[in-house]
Design a protein around this ligand. Structure first.
Ligand code: KVN
Length: 861
């Protein structure tokens, strides 16, 4: 029985007055529904827009700012979404649909306006209606403060998955945290990164709706009490030191050209009203206000560390807070749909986006056992059938472990629950592996080697029915390295789900000229079925097609060059090869390998003033964690090299280096369409998947990359002849490590490397300061944990090959077309399809738009 049939069978009589689908328009042409039920003609749009400007923004055209216009437009669009939203909620409730709950500490959504217009299919009408009012849609879109509630790939993946889930009509709730300050804004001053707080809510957020009526309480700290209930059963009470209230804020997530609108529900922490009462009783006004401020600090700011976690108590508080709110919310949904608790795992499939929400496993146990009186064994059986865990990294510094002290003082009851889970689990291990003591120690939920820690990945593995990595190679490494003991215990739990990205935002929206050209040639089916891009293959050798293909990239580059000059003051040659590396700055991602090669090219040009090479523009972008000194020094180095190279007239504009500040979703949407070479150069085995690599490929860039993460599968898809491969493999790296890697020997044997380093060490890029880059230089020469020097020559040779191939425009264009044609696998629709089938066991539920009068009627009943 499918989940959907299951839900129907169990539909209880009181829900049979659910909306009949009688008023729906045939699903074959969902756009028709839009026309019938939402203001579509230009006059209605203009009316709604001006009404909104007046009644909601309190402005009229003479006084209105661009931002007022943006807000008015956003509200008009949100109103359109509301209709879908209510309709989806209504059908999901009526069918008691099995629902995916995607738990993630980060959702890096990016701007909503453009994406919503695209998915609603309303871009053109809106553009025209605004034009008739003398306004520019593009300018209004620039007004949106992007919700940067994530660090990088992990948070953006969650956003792409919500887009695909809505497009595939899967009932979904995204659950996370409504940080008041998202990822910091990066500025570059004197070549250094400066951080500014991201006040994204400054002018209000038109996309979300607070639902204070669904607020929940979350306990923190204190102690537990063991007692016997009326029946003499042992029970536990948690006496917290503090409680906070979680207020949900809902954002509609529209599918592409269908009637579905799912919900992203983000929680904000508030002090409970009881504090006010306490003030009144104790007269301690300042003390109470202090408590209030403390509670509200919980969701104040996103931790800006990507793949680097420190055992900070506030971070654990954030994780527990949003997880507890979300599980309580799921239990509320069970209640209103009259679904018995025992069916929790049938109603919900909960995905843990890394271990950040893994405390959910202990929290669900607590809710079922302590708050709902369910027997332990039954609760454990339900819990283990409810969760699935995605691992995103093998880096030891990103594996979450909480010192027992912090954990037990914040979550005393969860500490007990984890000990109890562990006792049962280790018993199972002992009996399976007849007492293998070392194995028990390796598998334990508690790390006992020195200071004691709770190992969150172990909790996630024990409490989940499925565990997956995010690319084939990564999933294999999980099984052979980091989670090897768990794999030996439960091989059937392990899966691979290669990441994907949404072609709506990352091609249709960001690169309208390429998207339009593709549609003109193969129709628009690719937008929801990316494998259809295969049809471009037969145009790969068509010279006319190729010339147009090239021209699109050329025009994009010309526009971007003007934008860059405006933003950074640097002029770049739009006819040069645009070579782009954008991603968080991290040693394992090896931005320094890239810039060392730039220095090599610079030296070569200086040594041979008449040398004609393929002119290149190296574009970098990415944020460094504020406390990551080496990453910040790499940014400084890129800028330092840029300021020397960009000014050197003798290079005849053959080389430019630009660091584009504040890489985020919006800037990503600008840069992928102009990229010709995509830098995916991490140390093999370190980048779990990468997702930027896929966005570049869809936009026609060729990849220079190592056999790491999803690069492996990209190469497999496009063929080795359409990919610039270099560097050591995972096996090579492991061998180097075993045999003792001595980077200094590599350095001494390589004359070019010696020249590059001697220039660096001379202070040439640092106005004579020979000390500035010393930490970087010494790290590479004497330790080089990410094998930069080991891969340097192979990378340099490969880059030279790139330059040569680019000079054959026909050949390059053909490779570019084939890369796009073969990017279908990397759609998040494919990834989500696999999750639905192999992990979640969920089926689509179609939304039919309710008639407006019917919605009103039902709500008043
Ligand atoms: C860990 C701690 N990723 C994290 C992380 C705090 C914040 C983020 O996930 C991407 C994948 C990248 C991987 C990234 O580095 O290769 O493409 C989505 O799966 N972020 N851990 N892993």
């Amino acid at each position: 029985m499918t989940a959907r049939e299951d839900a129907r069978v169990n539909a209880s009589p009181e829900l049979t007055d659910a909306p009949e689908p009688e008023e729906s328009v045939p699903m074959m042409s969902p756009s028709l529904d839009v026309k019938r039920t939402t203001p579509m003609d230009k006059e209605e749009i203009k009316r709604a827009f001006l009404d909104n400007l007046f009644y909601v923004q309190g402005k009229f055209p003479v006084l209105a700012t661009q931002h007022d216009y943006y807000m008015a437009l956003a509200h008009v669009i949100r109103d359109l979404l509301l209709h879908r939203w209510v309709s989806s909620a209504s059908v999901y409730t009526a069918e008691k649909a099995r629902t995916v709950c995607y738990l993630s500490a980060e959702f890096l959504m990016g701007p909503h306006l453009g994406n919503n217009l695209l998915n609603l299919g309303m871009g053109e009408q809106i553009r025209q209606a605004l034009a008739e009012l003398g306004l520019s849609l593009d300018e209004l879109m620039q007004e949106e403060a992007e919700p940067g509630l994530g660090n990088g790939g992990l948070g953006r993946l969650a956003a792409c998955y919500l887009d695909s889930l809505a497009t595939l009509e899967i009932p979904t709730l995204g659950y996370g945290i409504r940080y008041e300050f998202g990822i910091f804004e990066q500025e570059i001053a004197d070549g250094w990164q400066l951080e500014r707080t991201d006040k994204w809510l400054r002018y209000g957020n038109p996309w979300d709706i607070a639902r204070p009526e669904w607020a929940v309480e979350v306990k923190l700290g204190g102690h537990t009490e063991h007692y016997r209930d009326a029946k003499g059963e042992p029970r536990v009470r948690w006496k917290p030191e503090q409680t906070v209230v979680g207020i949900p804020y809902d954002t509609p997530i529209a599918g592409y050209r269908n009637n579905t609108a799912n919900t992203l529900r983000l929680w904000r922490a508030e002090a409970p009203e009881s504090f006010d009462v306490a003030v009144f009783n104790r007269g301690d006004y300042y003390g109470a206000v202090e408590q209030k401020v403390k509670s509200e600090n919980l969701t104040k700011v996103l931790y800006p560390n990507d793949e680097q976690v420190k055992g900070k108590q506030l971070r654990l508080e954030q994780q527990y807070f949003f997880v507890s709110c979300s599980l309580q919310d799921m239990l509320r949904i069970m209640r209103v749909q009259h679904i018995p608790l025992e069916r929790f795992h049938e109603k919900f499939a909960i995905q843990l986006n890394d271990t950040h929400p893994a405390i959910a496993i202990a929290e669900l146990m607590r809710l079922l056992v302590d708050e709902h009186g369910m027997p332990w064994q039954q609760a454990w059986a339900i819990t283990r059938r409810s969760f699935a865990y995605t691992n995103h990294t093998l880096l030891p510094e990103a594996l979450e472990r909480w010192p027992i002290g912090i954990f037990a003082s914040l979550l005393p009851r969860h500490m007990e629950i984890i000990y109890e889970i562990n006792a049962g689990f280790l018993e199972e291990v002992r009996s399976r592996f007849n007492g293998d003591h070392d194995r028990v120690g390796r598998l334990s939920l508690i790390d006992e080697g020195g200071e004691r820690y709770v190992r969150m990945a172990h909790l996630a593995c024990v409490g989940s029915y499925a565990i997956n990595g995010v690319a084939q190679l990564h999933s294999e490494l999980l099984k052979s390295d980091v989670l090897r003991d768990f794999y030996e215990l439960w091989p059937e739990k392990f899966q691979n789900k290669t990441n994907g990205v949404t072609p709506r935002r990352w091609l249709a929206l960001s690169n309208p000229s390429l998207a339009g050209f593709i549609t003109a040639n193969i129709g628009e089916g690719w937008v929801t079925d990316l494998d259809k891009l295969k049809e471009l293959e037969r145009r790969a050798d068509d010279a006319v097609f190729g010339a147009k293909w090239r021209e699109i990239k050329r025009l994009n580059k010309h526009q971007y060059a003007m934008y860059l000059r405006h933003k950074t003051g640097v002029g770049v040659d739009p006819e040069s090869l645009f070579d782009v590396q954008v991603k968080r700055i991290h040693e394992y991602k090896r931005q320094h390998l890239n810039i060392l090669n730039v220095i090599r090219m610079y030296l070569e040009l200086k040594a041979n003033p008449n040398l004609d090479i393929q002119p290149r523009t190296f574009l970098f972008g990415g944020k460094a964690a504020p406390g990551y000194r080496m990453a910040k020094l790499i940014i400084k180095l890129i800028n330092a090299v840029g300021s020397v190279v960009n000014r050197d007239k003798s290079l005849r504009n053959q080389l430019k280096v630009v660091f584009v500040p504040n890489y985020n979703v919006s800037n990503g949407q600008r840069i992928y369409p102009v990229a010709e070479l995509s830098e995916q150069i991490s140390t093999a085995g370190k980048e779990a998947s990468g997702t930027g690599n896929m966005k570049f490929q869809m936009n026609g860039a060729l990849t220079i990359g190592t056999l790491d993460g999803a690069n492996v599968e990209m190469l497999e898809e496009v063929g080795a002849e359409n990919f610039f491969l270099f560097g050591h493999t995972v096996d090579d790296i492991q061998r180097l490590q075993r045999e003792g890697y001595r980077p200094f020997e590599t350095f001494e044997r390589n004359g070019i490397l010696r020249e590059v380093f001697s220039l660096l060490q001379s202070g040439f890029f640092a106005k004579g300061d020979a000390e500035l880059f010393r930490p970087l230089v010494e790290n590479l020469l004497y330790s080089d944990p990410f094998f930069v020097l080991a891969d340097f020559q192979s990378y340099a040779d490969c880059q030279d090959e790139v330059g040569r191939v680019y000079q054959d425009a026909g050949r390059w264009t053909r490779m570019s077309i084939l890369n796009v044609a073969r990017s279908g696998k990397f759609s998040s629709d494919r990834a989500i399809d696999e999750y639905c089938r192999d992990i979640w066991n969920v089926k689509p539920v179609k939304t039919n738009l309710l008639k407006q009068h019917r919605i009103m009627h039902r709500s008043i009943q």
